[in-house]
Write a protein that binds this ligand. Structure first.
Ligand code: SF4
Ligand code: SF4
Length: 324
């Protein structure tokens, strides 16, 4: 008999104790039992069996192969679209399987209004900025400043971002684009690390810059050295500023005897300021809008001889990393 029963029997007699027990609800434990009587202990013999199951489970967990994280060493890349025609993005996409290989192995696309559903510019390793900036548009101004704050490497992608290119039509008394009066290349507003000039740059060149950025940030010493060699002329272009001219082509290619008469410069000039005469380009300076496209498209222009010496190693490296 429990303590409570003893008290009850002393106060009300033995019947009260047995009545109380009968009134209990089915399945419910009598209050006195809950307080005084210990529940029956589980048989000790059952425990080792449980332990065994636990051990087997643990063993199973340990033996599971470690999950590989393919994104662990990727860099993060964003495409920031300012005022441009989207031709550079199309050129990036024209890498087809090459783009998939890059996204699979080397870079996560963390910002791209066209391809990724992200509304605010995030922290990223490389920002590919396409287009020039309308200085009358507050959002564009904020966006370009944010891009500089949040990206380790800012790349001006294409002639508009580098030199203004066709958006220069909005300046110098020429016809304005609707409502906007001033477009400037991004280098006039922020520090830019790398230029990929041309209108539009080739898919291969955009791809190569992405790969080289990856190797520069994640590669071994040898790869870093080759990536630096590849990127140096493009960094020099960025350091040279936002002014370009057909004169660059004259002084640095044609007058140096480097021109091979391919006509790429004339084809690149959007205002037809270059004509090929006797197999050589002639620049009509009054027509030139100083976009830099001719110089950028010329295969003999900004790739310095330092890089040419390492051309084979760089090509091999690109071939190796682009293997599917
Ligand atoms: S010559 Fe034509 S392509 Fe070259 S900078 Fe002038 S406008 Fe641009
Ligand atoms: S692109 Fe360069 S190599 Fe070709 S014609 Fe023009 S200046 Fe000469």
């Amino acid at each position: 008999m429990g303590l409570l029963d003893k008290l009850k029997s002393l106060l009300f007699g033995k019947e009260a104790v047995s009545e109380g027990k009968q009134d209990a609800k089915p399945g419910a434990k009598p209050a006195d039992e809950a307080i005084v009587e210990k529940p029956a202990e589980q048989p000790v013999a059952a425990k080792p069996a449980e332990d065994k199951v636990e051990q087997v489970e643990q063993k199973h967990i340990i033996q599971k192969p470690k999950e590989e994280k393919p994104v662990a060493d990727k860099i993060t890349v964003g495409h920031v679209h300012m005022s441009g025609c989207t031709g550079c993005l199309v050129s990036l996409a024209d890498n087809y399987e090459g783009l998939l290989t890059i996204l699979d192995k080397y870079a996560d696309l963390v910002y791209c209004l066209t391809l990724a559903d992200v509304r605010h510019i995030p922290e990223m390793d490389v920002a590919l900025v396409e287009g020039s900036v309308c200085i009358n548009d507050e959002c564009s101004m904020e966006e370009i400043l944010e891009t500089r704050e949040r990206a380790k490497i800012v790349v001006a992608l294409g002639g508009c971002a580098c030199y203004g290119n066709t958006t220069r039509f909005c300046r110098g008394g020429q016809q304005n684009q609707p409502q906007h009066e001033g477009f400037v290349p991004i280098g006039d507003l922020i520090k830019v690390d790398v230029y990929i000039p041309a209108c539009a740059p080739t898919p291969q060149q955009i791809r190569n810059v992405c790969l080289m950025a990856y190797l520069l940030l994640k590669g071994n010493d040898e790869q870093k050295a080759l990536a630096t060699a590849y990127l140096t002329p493009l960094m020099n272009l960025a350091a040279a500023g936002t002014e370009a001219c057909g004169c660059d082509l004259m002084t640095e290619v044609i007058n140096q005897g480097l021109c091979m008469g391919c006509g790429s410069c004339a084809a690149a000039c959007t205002v037809r300021a270059i004509t090929m005469q006797y197999g050589k380009p002639q620049v009509e300076r009054d027509l030139c809008i100083k976009c830099g496209a001719c110089y950028a498209q010329c295969p003999r222009s900004f790739f310095s001889f330092d890089v040419c010496g390492q051309y084979e190693s760089i090509t091999e490296l690109i071939g190796e990393v682009m293997k599917p």
